[in-house]
Design a protein around this ligand. Structure first.
Ligand SMILES: [Mg+2]
Length: 383
């Protein structure tokens, strides 16, 4: 959890960022929290509390902020950027990420192109800490892409014209707020509705009273009875829903396999699918998987999961937490090969320090910029 000391440090550094730009912010932090000794890769990091535009309500939790850590990774004057977004229910925190990042010795690596060795080392230092590991992975990809002068979607050989529409998330709320959120979602072609409480049918009916856009639903493990879940899915299909994400608890494997077999809509595993070995286990249980960088330790493993899922004839959604344009732009590099994208996390916060990929008429639009495609927010944010 966020301590008072870290809260004060976060707010102080946030104010500093607004005045003097993100490079100064990282430079100011290096004495306190960064590993800067020796040559090789230089890691710096700062805590950063994301402010949510709306209180975010899921099946089992509600919050107004998300703890986050911003990362920079420098090599011979070139800097890559990453971040760790840590919704509290996933078990990471600014304290745990700071401890993990402080334990790394990246100055031992003198060649950032040896990504395999570097990221294997990062993964081996401690178990867990997936978001903290993802922050280093994203920064390393950004750095290496910049050194190569190419964006990652090009390095991977993806066609930027193939990016999918991204959904815009509507959290569980009162009918008035739900209608307001739908109004905010005008540019988006698909709405993602959070379900898993007693108000499920009311949520859908409220949205249907003001919008006929395709919907996808995310139940966040909220339904516990498989027959009730199947009945709901039949009803949702009639309401124009295109798929159902994580309808049942991740431990209900047999029930979930039954539901997928009988469901008239595709099912997607999210909480059930964290890292690469989980993809194989999801075959036969779900029709597809939701890949998130913060779950799977970053872009490298996400790319491996995408490749494996495709070989198993499974559908793929590229998703996100509430996070800045940094991690969103990193995830978007994979999106041309995904059936669906849920990359609205940066749009749900009010203090995004970066600018990256854009959503144009609801479609993820990649930028032909090296690395993950971040650019300056304005002239004072020199990146
Ligand atoms: Mg989900």
């Amino acid at each position: 959890m966020n301590s008072r000391r870290n809260f004060l440090r976060t707010t102080g550094l946030t104010a500093l960022a607004g005045m003097t730009g993100i490079e100064t912010l990282f430079a100011a932090s290096k004495k306190k929290s960064g590993k800067t000794s020796g040559k090789g890769l230089i890691l710096r990091f700062i805590p950063y509390e994301l402010q949510l535009r709306h209180t975010f309500t899921l099946a089992n939790s509600s919050r107004k902020t998300t703890p986050d850590v911003l990362i920079s990774l420098e090599f011979e004057g070139v800097t890559g950027y990453g971040e760790a977004s840590m919704p509290p229910y996933l078990g990471e925190s600014i304290e745990s990420a700071s401890k993990f990042l402080s334990s790394l010795n990246l100055s031992q690596f003198n060649d950032p192109f040896q990504m395999d060795d570097i990221l294997q080392y990062v993964d081996s230092v401690m178990p867990g800490n997936c978001a903290a590991k993802a922050s280093v992975d994203i920064a390393l990809h950004d750095l290496v892409g910049k050194l190569m002068g190419q964006p990652w979607y090009k390095i991977w050989g993806f066609n930027p014209a193939d990016t999918p529409n991204t959904s815009f998330t509507i959290g569980i709320d009162t009918p008035d707020v739900v209608r307001q959120k739908v109004a905010e979602a005008v540019p988006y072609q698909v709405l993602k509705v959070k379900l898993g409480q007693k108000t499920d049918r009311e949520m859908i009916e409220t949205i249907r009273s003001v919008s006929d856009k395709p919907l996808c639903v995310d139940v966040n493990q909220g339904w516990t009875d498989k027959q009730m879940a199947l009945d709901m899915i039949h009803w949702l299909k009639e309401k124009g829903v295109v798929f159902v994400e994580q309808p049942m608890p991740k431990t209900s494997i047999d029930e979930m396999a039954w539901l997928t077999e009988h469901s008239p809509l595709p099912t997607i595993g999210d909480e059930s699918v964290q890292r690469l070995p989980d993809v194989m286990k999801a075959k036969g249980v779900y029709n597809g998987i939701n890949i998130k960088l913060m779950k799977c330790t970053g872009m490298r493993e996400a790319h491996q999961m995408l490749t494996l899922a495709k070989s198993l004839d499974m559908k793929v959604m590229i998703g996100c937490m509430t996070e800045t344009s940094c991690a969103i732009s990193a995830a978007a590099q994979l999106s041309p090969k995904c059936e669906w994208a849920d990359l609205d996390g940066n749009l749900l916060i009010s203090n995004d320090p970066y600018q990256g990929v854009q959503v144009v008429k609801g479609k993820v639009t990649l930028i032909d910029q090296p690395g993950i495609g971040l650019s300056a927010l304005d002239t004072k944010w020199k990146i």
